[in-house]
Design a protein. Structure first.
Length: 413
């Protein structure tokens, strides 16, 4: 009954907040507010209510016999044209964990959190609410952010009753909680569990990220009159670097410890069919769970870019966009998660998370673990996002087992 109720809630939310293109619960917008009102109504049926902190995060508290606290949750917001499970699966499953205890005081306090603006889809800053609670949000770095329509983040926040400068006070609020564990359920958003034929996985941690823009500068020239050996083609240097970075990822990957390097942006100048490119900018996103491996991948990429620049008689400049260190999860909670998954499925595959999650922001402050559900065709952030119902039910049951095991663990320690 518990798993089927979670799925029923998810389908009701999808019906309310999706159109033919997918989910439209973009943070700080009207559909997201509809989703939160729907969630408030859902809470009220079980005598629960949410309180919003200064960063816009939704908190629901079920007091226990002890102030020691287990936090469960995820996020309700989505990307534009998103899926019906990303984020909200963790929130609805967390609500079921509270429902199962409603009317009786658990041995420890349970707190559900629906983080605000995990996706960063509108203003480009992911993990906004959780980073404010974690104390890692830097106001000056987000103050001037605008969306594609020119709306400022500060104004969108005010529309939702949030003052940007006060968001960092959420960290002080988090520190008042005697948090002993944070548990998050999420879809994998990738193809690994499906390739293994497994419904549910234990997440080892979130990848560290090194994200840069590389600017190659050569000389624009006429494509008809400039001989190949005399060209200073910035695009070719960038292209050679992109291919070399793919090999960097292959070289550093090991069984059970895959890493990735991705070039997602390519800008060429002067962008004329009859001109040799004089300038080319590319983005480089590198991710790994091991910090030493991530550092080695960055060094290898820098060497590859320098070689490509030299071979094409151009220069290259690096500009860091963003960086976060790997966030491995808590060993004791990993063991509990493995037990819960194995009891439900017979096996407990372990895998890292390439995408970032709010859980990563909690790692420096409390023990953390995540559980993944199978993603059909490895797809997410699109209307095709799905998990077979049997796999979804299995994973929800395993997650609820994990919550119970964690409650007992925290109560005993």
């Amino acid at each position: 009954m518990a798993a089927s109720q979670v799925i029923a809630d998810l389908r009701a939310l999808a019906a309310l907040t999706s159109d033919a293109q997918g989910a439209q619960r973009v943070a700080w917008g009207p559909v997201w507010r509809d989703a939160r009102r729907w969630f408030a109504d859902l809470l009220a049926r079980d005598g629960l209510r949410a309180e919003v902190d200064v960063a816009g995060n939704n908190w629901v508290t079920l007091p226990g016999a002890s102030p020691r606290t287990v936090i469960v949750g995820s996020h309700l917001d989505s990307v534009p044209n998103g899926g019906w499970l990303d984020g909200c699966l963790g929130v609805c499953a967390a609500l079921e964990a509270l429902r199962s205890r409603a009317g009786t005081a658990p041995p420890v306090t349970l707190r559900l959190v629906d983080w605000a603006d995990e996706e960063g889809a509108r203003f480009g800053r992911s993990l906004l609410g959780s980073s404010a609670a974690a104390g890692s949000l830097k106001i000056d770095e987000v103050r001037e952010l605008t969306d594609r329509q020119g709306t400022r983040l500060v104004d969108a926040l005010l529309e939702n009753g949030i003052v940007l400068e006060r968001m960092v006070d959420a960290h002080r609020e988090l520190k008042t909680i005697d948090a002993r564990a944070y548990l998050e359920l999420h879809i994998e958003q990738g193809p690994v569990l499906e390739s293994m034929g497994k419904a549910t996985g234990v997440v080892l941690g979130t990848f560290g990220v090194e994200r840069h823009m590389l600017r190659f500068t050569g000389q624009a020239a006429h494509s008809g009159s400039t001989p190949i050996p005399m060209r200073r083609d910035a695009f070719l240097a960038a292209a050679e670097t992109a291919l070399a970075c793919r090999e960097v990822a292959r070289r550093h990957s090991t069984p059970g410890a895959g890493v990735v390097c991705t070039v997602g942006i390519v800008n060429v100048e002067p962008k004329i069919v009859t001109a040799v490119p004089g300038v080319c900018e590319i983005s480089l996103d590198q991710r790994a769970l091991d910090p030493d491996v991530l550092a080695a991948m960055l060094r290898d990429a820098q060497e590859a870019a320098a070689t490509a620049a030299r071979d094409n008689n151009v220069t290259v400049e690096w500009r860091r966009i963003w960086q976060i260190e790997p966030r491995p999860f808590d060993p004791a909670l990993l063991r509990l998660c493995e037990e819960a998954v194995r009891e439900e499925t017979g096996e407990a595959p372990r895998l890292p998370s390439g995408p970032l999650h709010d859980a990563a922001e909690m790692v420096p402050h409390m023990p953390v673990v995540m559980m993944f559900a199978y993603s059909s065709n490895g797809l997410s952030h699109c209307k095709e996002e799905d998990t077979p119902q049997a796999h979804l039910e299995t994973t929800i049951r395993a997650y609820l087992r994990l919550v119970q095991k964690t409650i007992a663990h925290v109560a005993a320690n």
